[in-house]
Design a protein around this ligand. Structure first.
Ligand SMILES: Cc1cc2nc3c(=O)[nH]c(=O)nc-3n(C[C@H](O)[C@H](O)[C@H](O)COP(=O)(O)OP(=O)(O)OC[C@H]3O[C@@H](n4cnc5c(N)ncnc54)[C@H](O)[C@@H]3O)c2cc1C
Length: 487
């Protein structure tokens, strides 16, 4: 079976050879920043995608710009040649074509690694080739932090352009609500600074608009003083699942009373010998062991836990170690109100559906509930508001995420059908119970899901018109075909 996957890759590689001529005009200008399939650098960059589906894509060449100017030059040539492209930051989007491309050109931002801290320590500027772990290790040493991913391997810009949930989101909001300024290469090749004061419409669009509006080359992030914190992974047996959901439900309601805390509640089908497990990430922004806001969880007897006083870098590395790269992957999402009975029903339906894929090689089905508390939502209206369309009405809310990894392409259709069926049934159940919310989190959504419809008709129409204004020739929606498109 593995041999078959290697053969498919070799066939695609061969098919991409005639297209190499498309890259030569870019190479004439960017010279040693353009890499072809036979090169070691090309192959190393291809191996940096998180999912096997993305790694399987064979671009004709890969470009690794070292400045916004390089990005602008590459974009202008791609436009002139009508050549399709994809843009990669950390490469963690799961489905094929999200940040890689078959036969087109991949712009890999990995060498945009600038990092500066303002003299008043209130702003950290990061190049969009950095991953959160690279940012945190520097900031922890300075007693500072920013709103970013909880897994060290995620790229700074994919996460931020889709929203971005952090352990500190109860205190400061999502990542997209904590960007002071975006440096953006526009469709016309110009490089501009986008903030609430310079270009408020585009600033709004970038707060959730994904890859539809430009290529972001630097993010100026609001930073804050942050010392040691408490947290870790808590593992529970299946006999505790009802209690875990009750704890989650009350945490979501109580979060505004102590927004220092963060929770990710996951249910995992582990293996035939282990069965279903609960795995809860509990964090607290201060060095306080098992704070009262989290006692509904910590009072439940666990099988094991890694709770300790540590720093964000360590916690982000811990999470990355449990989510290694290299497998086939799927992520899907939906949202509901914070209804305890509904969450129990969703868990039951996920368990029933999951029985159907238990024998698939390498499978690891996961159901995740994340609180979108009123504490988090209260920050979404900062600086004119973001594009996500999440409001406090009927809040707090629950982000529901269904995912799995697996080994072989031959199981792709089965796993995708499983994930779609779980999400469709979860949505139907939510609608029947009156607790469904239309929002779909872009950063966890499955390829066929209509993310921008979930932002609501008003925000979607606003995004479409902002897109028309800044990208009238549809460079980012047609020449860059991958990921979620605004129109
Ligand atoms: C293991 C794992 C852990 C995760 N943890 C979290 C978490 O803690 N919090 C959270 O909110 N989400 C989390 N996510 C979801 C994550 O935010 C998304 O997968 C995100 O898109 C990844 O960003 P990236 O830069 O690594 O991905 P990429 O695949 O590089 O990019 C994703 C999309 O954004 C576009 N893009 C990226 N950079 C730019 C840019 N500079 N300009 C224009 N377009 C760009 C790409 O073209 C692509 O379409 C996690 C996902 C995984 C798989």
């Amino acid at each position: 079976m593995q041999q078959l996957q290697h053969r498919t890759r070799a066939r695609k590689l061969y098919a991409s050879i005639p297209g190499i001529f498309k890259c030569t005009s870019i190479a004439a200008v960017l010279k040693n920043k353009v890499f072809y399939p036979a090169s070691v650098t090309y192959q190393a960059e291809e191996s940096l995608y998180w999912s096997a589906q993305q790694e399987d894509q064979i671009p004709t060449c890969r470009i690794a710009p070292t400045s916004a100017k390089d990005v602008s030059v590459a974009l202008s040539i791609l436009k002139a040649q009508n050549c399709q492209f994809a843009v990669k930051s950390g490469g963690h989007a799961s489905f094929a074509g999200a940040s890689n491309i078959d036969g087109g050109v991949a712009i890999d931002l990995l060498n945009l690694t600038s990092f500066t801290v303002s003299s008043d320590r209130k702003q950290v500027s990061v190049g969009t080739g950095l991953r959160w772990g690279q940012v945190y290790i520097k900031l922890d040493a300075m007693g500072l932090s920013v709103i970013g991913g909880r897994n060290s391997d995620i790229g700074v810009s994919g996460l931020t352009l889709g929203g971005g949930i952090s352990y500190f989101s109860g205190i400061y909001g999502w990542a997209c609500d904590n960007v002071n300024n975006y440096e953006v290469v526009f469709a016309n090749g110009s490089i501009q600074q986008v903030s609430y004061t310079t270009l408020p419409d585009l600033y709004f669009a970038l707060r959730g608009g994904g890859n539809n509006f430009g290529i972001v080359t630097r993010l100026d992030l609001a930073s804050f003083e942050q010392g040691k914190m408490w947290g870790g992974a808590f593992n529970y047996g299946s006999d505790t699942f009802t209690s875990l959901i009750t704890a989650f439900h009350w945490f979501n309601i109580n979060h505004p009373e102590d927004p220092n805390a963060a929770v990710i509640l996951a249910f995992v089908w582990f293996s035939p010998s282990v069965g279903f497990l609960g795995s809860v990430d509990l964090e607290y922004a201060l060095p306080v062991v098992a704070p009262p806001i989290l006692s509904n969880f910590t009072d439940i007897p666990d099988l094991s836990n890694s709770g300790r006083i540590t720093n964000l870098t360590d916690l982000a590395l811990e999470l990355a170690a449990t989510q290694p790269a290299g497998s086939r992957e799927t992520y899907w999402a939906c949202m509901s109100q914070n209804d305890e009975q509904y969450l129990n029903d969703v868990l039951a339906l996920w368990e029933t559906e999951t029985v159907k894929i238990m024998n698939v090689t390498g499978v690891l089905p996961v159901l995740v509930f994340q609180p979108i508390s009123l504490a988090m939502i209260s920050h979404m209206s900062k600086n004119g508001g973001n594009a996500l369309g999440i409001t406090a009405a009927n809040g707090p809310l629950v982000l529901i995420n269904v995912s799995s990894k697996w080994t072989y392409t031959s199981d792709d259709a089965l796993i995708q059908a499983w994930a779609k069926s779980v999400i469709d049934k979860t949505v139907s159940l939510g609608k029947a119970r009156g607790v469904w919310n239309r929002y779909i989190y872009q950063n966890y959504a499955g390829q066929p899901q209509d993310v921008f419809a979930g932002y609501g008709p008003v925000n979607k129409a606003k995004l479409v018109s902002i897109h028309k204004k800044y990208d009238p020739n549809d460079v980012f929606t047609k020449l860059q075909p991958g990921y979620f498109k605004i129109d």
